[in-house]
Every structure is written in C-alpha cells, then in structure tokens.
Ligand binder design. Structure first.
Ligand code: NAD
Length: 343
C-alpha cells in the first residue's frame, strides 16, 4: 500500500493527539515535523519516531516530500502557514480558531482556492460520538421538525494550566471554546442569519471573557441558544462534555451528563448512553475530544484520496467563524448582528 505522506507544524500541547490520530491510520504516515521550539521538536520526534525535524516551516516546505500539511500552531501563525502551504500547492489542515480576523480567514480560503488545494479547519467537536448520535436522531425524524435548541458547555475546569496562552488573550471563551459550540449549532440546526450575545468575565486572573450566552436565529426558523462558561462551579465537573437540548414537532431530545441521551417521541421515551470510545492512547476526561480528532483526520484522509472537499472545509468554517465575530460585535454593541453583513 502506498501511504499518504503528511507533515505537521506545531508540536505543542494538542498536536500530540493529532500525531496519535495519524498513527492510527494505516494509510497515512507523518514523515516530517516542525516546531520553532527545539525541545518540543525533540519530544514529539522521539515519541512518534519522526526523523525529519525542522525548526523552520519554510525549510520543511523547500525540502518537500509530503502530500499534505497539518498546522497545529496557535492562531497567530495560521495565515502565514496556510499561505506558505498554498504557495507550494500542498493541501492543508489548519487548527481552529481559523485566524486572528475574519478578513484573514477569507484571504486564506482565497489563497487555497487560487492554488487549487483543499483546506480543512480542524473543527473536531461535530465529530464527537455523542454529537454524531444527536445528529442521527434528528435525521431519523424521531422528534419531528426541530424548532428550538440549546448547545451548552458549562465548566469550572482549569484549562489554563495546559494552555497558559488562554489566560492572556483579550478574547477567550467564544474564540477558543464557543467556536466549537457554534459549529455544533450549525451542524445540528443549519446556518444562522442573526446573532445576539452577552459576555462576562468572572475569573479576575484572566484577560478575556469566560462566560457567553448567545441567541441564534437559524435560516430555517429554528431558534437556538449557545451558552458557554468556564466559571461554573458544579457539584460534578462535566468537562469536556457538551449538553444538547432540542424540541421538535413530535418530541424532544436531551443529551446530558455522562453522555446520557433521552429521546422522547410518539412511541415513548428511549434512553441510551452515547459514550465516546476510549482509544488506547486517550485519557479521561479528554477521550471524547481525542476520539473526535482521530475521526476528523480519518475524514480528511478519505476526502483527500477521493479529491472531495472535507465537511469542515475553510469555506464552511468561514460561516462558523463569522458567528464568533458576530458574537463579539453583538456583546460589544448590545445589538443583534446580521451574519450576511459579515460574509
Ligand atoms: P501550544 O502553544 O502548546 O503549541 C503550539 C506549538 O506551535 C508550540 O510548540 C510552538 O512553538 C509552535 N509554533 C508556533 N508558531 C510556529 C511556527 N510559525 N512555526 C513552527 N512552530 C510554531 O498550543 P496548543 O494548546 O497545542 O494549541 C494549538 C492550536 O490547537 C490552537 O490553535 C488551539 O486553539 C488548538 N486547540 C484545538 C483543540 C481542539 O479540540 N480542536 C484543543 C486544544 C487546542
């Protein structure tokens, strides 16, 4: 079997999951890695047995020899690295958040289009097993036509110890976590036309907002609430579970703590547990996210070999990223924002 060869840029906290995900795919091999920090380069290179190691992405691209690049750096470098990949006509995956601004993200999509390369944003939350289970219930028609929904992530988990940069940015929870919840809302309820949002900062030791409540008008008439918090001290910490509530014309759906899914329809009430798989390299409570990393990367490899655009393409993610921008604008101005004005 000829393997698809990949390269990875950014060997930090989250990239280790991505390297495991690639290792699990029999037809993909990461042949080169890059990080400007020599220690991170050494650690990941040794852990995954990658001999070709670079501190400069430019040098890695100049040497070439790979079919795609997986960009796992933090947001500030995303645009330059995607444009570098485009200049070498190398298909690219880029971690969320897409870019510092929506204008940057649009320029990145344009660069990929001009180069004729696929661009996927690593927007993995819609690939979580419990979220896929919710989508399957909706598609089955068991609760009829949905008219109201809620996507909720409330936690008091200390995310700052593993990702210290999260405490420093002027923007925090919508850009880092809410972006996933907004993408789940689009995945389940379709594209949104209007956004109304309110934000708060509760933790005095961080720079950005750690609570956000967002109200979305979806194009098909569904109203949804997307609420996120890292300031919620609950009796049982649910990190990193997303809870979902949906009311439809024929019933209701609730995804709650410990991945318990309750579907109530005409036929009665069905309860199940839609727990993610604990992959051999994964660890609780991160296993839900870790499995979604493996699943989105499998999706990329399949679509790349088929020459088809991935579901969470750059083009698709512009619509999720526009919701992030709209939420900040709405909270700042106290107004409802029309999404079409941003795209
Ligand atoms: P990190 O700071 O731990 O790692 C980033 C690494 O990239 C660092 O080692 C840094 O030296 C390297 N780097 C930065 N710019 C570079 C450049 N131009 N060239 C080479 N190396 C460079 O950050 P992290 O926590 O791993 O986060 C990385 C990205 O992953 C962020 O965008 C974050 O939002 C995202 N993330 C996604 C999820 C998810 O579920 N999808 C979860 C956590 C983090």
């Amino acid at each position: 079997m000829t393997k698809t060869k990949g390269a990875l840029i950014g060997c930090g906290f989250f990239a280790v999951n991505q390297m495991h995900g690639w290792q699990d795919l029999a037809d993909v091999e990461i042949v080169a890695i890059c990080d400007r920090d020599p220690e991170r380069l050494r650690i990941v290179g040794e852990q995954f047995g990658v001999a070709r190691r670079y501190q400069s992405a430019e040098e890695m691209f100049a040497d070439g020899g790979f079919d795609f690049v997986d960009i796992a750096t933090t947001v500030g470098s995303h645009r330059a690295l995607v444009e570098l990949a485009a200049s070498h006509k190398v298909p690219a995956i880029c971690q969320k958040p897409f870019a510092p601004t929506l204008a940057d993200a649009k320029a990145m999509v344009a660069a990929a289009d001009a180069a004729g390369i696929p661009l996927m944003i690593h927007e993995n939350f819609r690939w979580q097993t419990p979220i896929l289970a919710v989508k399957a219930v909706l598609d089955s028609g068991a609760i009829g036509e949905p008219f109201w929904g809620r996507v909720s992530f409330r936690s008091g988990f200390d995310v700052f110890s593993g990702q210290p940069y999260l405490a420093k940015g002027k923007r925090f929870i919508i850009e880092d976590l809410g972006i996933h919840s907004l993408d789940i809302a689009r995945f389940l309820f379709g594209d949104a036309s209007r956004m109304t949002a309110r934000t708060r900062r509760i933790n005095p030791d961080i720079a950005g907002e750690d609570v956000a409540t967002m109200l979305l008008d979806h194009n098909n008439g569904i109203t949804s609430i997307v609420d996120v918090s890292y300031a919620s001290k609950l009796p049982e910490e649910p990190f990193p579970e997303t809870f979902v509530e949906i009311d439809g014309t024929k019933g209701t759906l609730r995804l709650g703590k410990d991945y318990k899914l309750t579907v109530h329809g005409r036929e009665g009430t069905v309860q199940s547990v839609v727990e993610p798989n604990l992959l051999p390299w994964a660890s609780r409570p991160w296993h839900n996210i870790q499995e979604s990393v493996a699943l989105i990367q499998k999706h990329w490899a399949e679509r790349l070999s088929q020459g088809r655009e991935p579901d969470t393409s750059g083009r698709d993610n512009l619509k999720t990223f526009a919701l992030v921008k709209a939420a900040y604008l709405s909270a700042e101005r106290g107004e409802t924002i029309a999404i079409a004005d941003l795209l």
